[in-house]
Design a binder for this molecule. Structure first.
Ligand code: NAD
Length: 491
């Protein structure tokens, strides 16, 4: 029997054209720690998306035509409202997303900066003046696209939702957001409350929540609706491929940030104390449910045992359990499906000869932080994104072997390299097939103004800073002739 959680938010409806609109059905959002009902959420349809697209399209001329500094001021206001209400977000993300309190607090602080850095984008140059063969004023200028559809995941509902739309909004686009069905409030309707309070004009920002059963129809409409000009997607590689293919068929811009199978490489000259501490954070922060989580620890054979001697005791000190207790750094996996999937990867590896060095236990939606050794490429965990609190530790002997082991994946999001030899590290960075490399740090790094993104099956496009402009603007060549252009006399 489900009981409504006492801290349930006040769900007012879908958010379309500045109004809270009822949906024809609803679905349940759960607290993954207790598996109890968190909130009853409107189950939007393709028709709701079409209404939101109309609203966003109508709002576009006024929003994109507004002086850039006014858009910046509004983004700063959003940051202020967010900041004032950030305790509400922390509660929502801990309850609905199953995160540790510290993760919620970090996320809440980060999101305000996402909006502030987006405000700064309003003051960037919007084009270049080119030389002209004919003495024309020849310019390449950036223009907003129109309506942008944003589809976000559940694991960092604050950061990854705001990152998906803040820059797009700053440069004059209008938005339809579809958050994950696992965090429809923290990653969706909560943003509608904030932007409404900040005074964002009607239709500029719209939120359509929907269940996993409705997502195919809703997602298709978000891409196929002719009023939607581009898609901003963060999520799994499987869904991202489908979205990018569909967007391609409709010749629409699409920025997709997808999964990862990220390695941290530890050389024998590394500071092993620091590396062990960093590996613990990179592997187990938010139960390993971060696209950049450290999933493969590659450790030079000469220091493998001494590294593990420092790493394993740290891991065994992490406490697992319900996230209302701040002592529990390791909370639940987001849902039963994910818990079953991660347990399946563990069981497959152990059945094929992997050794559990620490952890290994699981119950309900919880999986203890687990370290596996004796792992090889026949095991599913070698290739598949784990997205859970399980890391594999593998010895290597040479630089070449470390590079080969790092690159032996379809993914290419981040890599981390530990060595005191900076020249070697920079040389390695060039050979690792990832969009991002962090030297003497672990894999989980992001800042609002940097070019964040992957290569290979980890995505196409970049979020962050001026690089977001490629995703959210159209570059147009515009010339002004002043009588210098000559034509053949026959014309
Ligand atoms: P997911 O792909 O299952 O869902 C992501 C979003 O897509 C959700 O909003 C979901 O409702 C929606 N969706 C699902 N099917 C759809 C369809 N047919 N049409 C339209 N939308 C659809 O991913 P998830 O489980 O929410 O997130 C975890 C995954 O996201 C992991 O693979 C992780 O690595 C990846 N991720 C990547 C980044 C990055 O920046 N590279 C960041 C965070 C998460």
């Amino acid at each position: 029997m489900l009981t409504m959680n006492q801290e349930a938010p006040n769900i007012r409806g879908l958010y379309i054209n500045g109004e809270w609109v009822p949906a024809s059905g609803s679905f349940d959002s759960f607290d993954p720690s207790s598996r109890s009902l968190y909130a009853r959420i409107p189950d939007g349809t393709a028709r709701d998306v079409a209404a939101a697209a109309e609203a966003a399209h109508s709002a576009f001329p006024a929003w994109s035509g507004r002086p850039f500094h006014e858009r910046a001021h509004l983004l700063l206001k959003i940051a202020d409202v967010w900041e004032r209400r950030k305790e509400d977000f922390v509660k929502a993300t801990v309850k609905e997303g199953g995160g540790w309190l510290g993760k919620g607090a970090f996320e809440a602080g980060y999101v305000a900066e996402v909006f502030r850095s987006a405000a700064a984008l309003c003051y960037q140059n919007i084009g270049e003046v080119l030389p002209s063969e004919h003495g024309k004023v020849s310019t390449a200028t950036r223009w907003p696209l129109g309506v942008v559809g944003v589809i976000s995941p559940w694991n960092m509902p604050g950061i990854l939702t705001s990152r998906g739309f803040a820059a797009a909004l700053a440069v004059g686009n209008t938005i339809i957001l579809k958050p994950s069905e696992d965090t429809p409030y923290a990653g969706g309707l909560y943003f509608a409350e904030i932007l409404e309070e900040a005074g964002v004009p009607k239709g500029v920002f719209n939120v359509i929540t929907c269940s996993r059963d409705s997502v195919m129809a809703v997602g298709d409409e978000m891409i196929e609706n002719p009023l939607v000009k581009a898609i901003s997607f963060t999520g799994s590689t499987a869904v991202g491929r489908h979205i990018a293919a569909k967007a391609g068929a409709h010749l629409k811009k699409c920025c997709v940030e997808l999964g990862g199978k990220d390695s941290m490489i530890v050389f024998d000259d590394a500071d092993l104390d620091k590396a062990a501490r960093a590996a613990n954070f990179g592997s187990f922060m938010h139960q390993g449910q971060i696209c950049m989580s450290t999933e493969k620890l590659l450790v030079q054979d000469r220091v493998f045992d001494s590294f593990m001697g420092k790493f394993l005791p740290r891991v065994s000190r992490l406490k697992t359990g319900v996230t209302t207790d701040p002592e529990n750094t390791i909370g639940p996996l987001i849902n039963e499906r994910q818990a079953i999937r991660v347990r399946g990867l563990l069981d497959d590896a152990v059945a094929k000869g992997a050794r559990v060095e620490v952890g290994g236990k699981s119950w309900d939606n919880f999986v203890e932080p687990t370290v596996l050794t004796n792992v090889n490429a026949s095991m599913n965990i070698w290739h598949e994104e784990t997205f859970g609190p399980v890391v594999i530790a593998v010895p290597f002997s040479s630089e070449e072997e470390a590079i080969a082991l790092n690159n032996d994946t379809d993914y290419g999001l981040t890599a981390a390299v530990w060595t005191e030899d900076e020249a070697r590290a920079l040389e390695m960075a060039g050979k690792l097939e990832t969009g991002m490399v962090h030297i003497n740090c672990q894999n989980v790094n992001d800042e609002p103004h940097v070019p964040f993104g992957g290569v290979k099956a980890s995505g196409v496009g970049r979020y962050g800073g001026r690089w977001s402009l490629d995703a959210f603007t159209e570059l147009r060549w515009i010339t002004l002739d002043r009588g210098g252009r000559h034509f053949p006399p026959v014309f």
